[in-house]
Design a protein around this ligand. Structure first.
Ligand SMILES: [Zn+2]
Length: 262
């Protein structure tokens, strides 16, 4: 057996750059994400952002786009293939082809102590998709309008001024921030359990390009029971944006050098 993408072959972000950025970080903005809603936020390349738990245990569904071209966005599948089913400090958030570059690097994670539990569950997965009204309708016959897919669509449509029908095609498989998930050992089915996140916990990223983010405070709350309903206890989330002073050695991530044969 071989690891498909050996970790030592994946270019890391320079540790000195991360340290210099973190030492100089100063909070310049804060974005409030109401329970069962999504909001967008912008982060310039070289800046840091944190997703912060406030008020109570809550999962966040994160989409990340290149701020100047929304067709380049987070590629969940390739990020999973490179770093594993769950991500933490040092892992990078890769973008779609033809760009395939790191959109961001995770620089701090207060839930890294969780690791993998006895059921194989871990935190911050890149194996889920996002709760969406189509699957909800398929499985239950009911229409629910505050699924993460719907919330993210509305938020990005509001930001861009483009119609929701058009924008929803840009909404992509999320990073499930703070969510505790895994695959059952016997049947390898996707499971979730109550998130260990508590107010004060955060997941921190260094933006490697100019970013547009969208974050939904999932209607599943801590996702310990159900999602896509108004039953679960839900809480807001906060996104904190930090400026970093001129960090020597930091450069915006460049797109893939691959060229098709002519
Ligand atoms: Zn959700």
């Amino acid at each position: 057996m071989v690891v498909c993408y050996p970790p030592e072959a994946i270019p890391p972000l320079d540790a000195a750059v991360v340290t210099a950025a973190r030492v100089s970080m100063i909070k310049v903005d804060e974005v409030f994400v109401p329970a069962r809603e999504a909001v967008t936020f912008e982060v310039p390349g070289g800046a840091i952002f944190r997703i912060v738990s406030v008020e109570g245990p809550q999962v966040g569904d994160l989409n990340l786009f290149h701020a100047h071209d929304l067709t380049e966005h987070f590629w969940s599948g390739k990020t999973r293939a490179m770093h594993g089913t769950h991500v933490s400090t040092g892992d990078r958030v890769w973008s779609t082809v033809p760009h395939l570059r790191p959109l961001a690097t995770i620089t701090d994670d207060t839930l890294d102590w969780y690791g993998y539990d006895a059921d194989g569950g871990g935190v911050h997965d890149v194996i889920g998709t996002r709760c969406d009204p189509y699957t909800q309708h398929l499985l239950t016959g009911t229409d629910y309008h505050h699924c993460c897919h719907s919330n993210l669509t509305r938020a990005v449509a509001g930001h861009t001024g483009r119609p929701e029908r058009e924008v929803e095609l840009l909404i992509h498989d999320v990073m499930n921030v703070f969510m505790c998930t895994g695959f059952t050992r016997d049947t390898h089915q996707y499971f979730m359990k109550a998130s260990p996140v508590r107010p004060g916990d955060h997941l921190e990223f260094l933006a490697e390009v100019d970013l547009l983010g969208a974050l939904s405070a999932c209607p599943g709350g801590d996702c310990g029971d159900e999602h896509s309903s108004d039953v679960a206890a839900c809480h807001p989330l906060v996104v904190e944006i930090y400026e970093t002073s001129q960090v020597e050695g930091w450069e915006s991530a460049t797109a893939s050098g691959y060229r098709w044969p002519t």
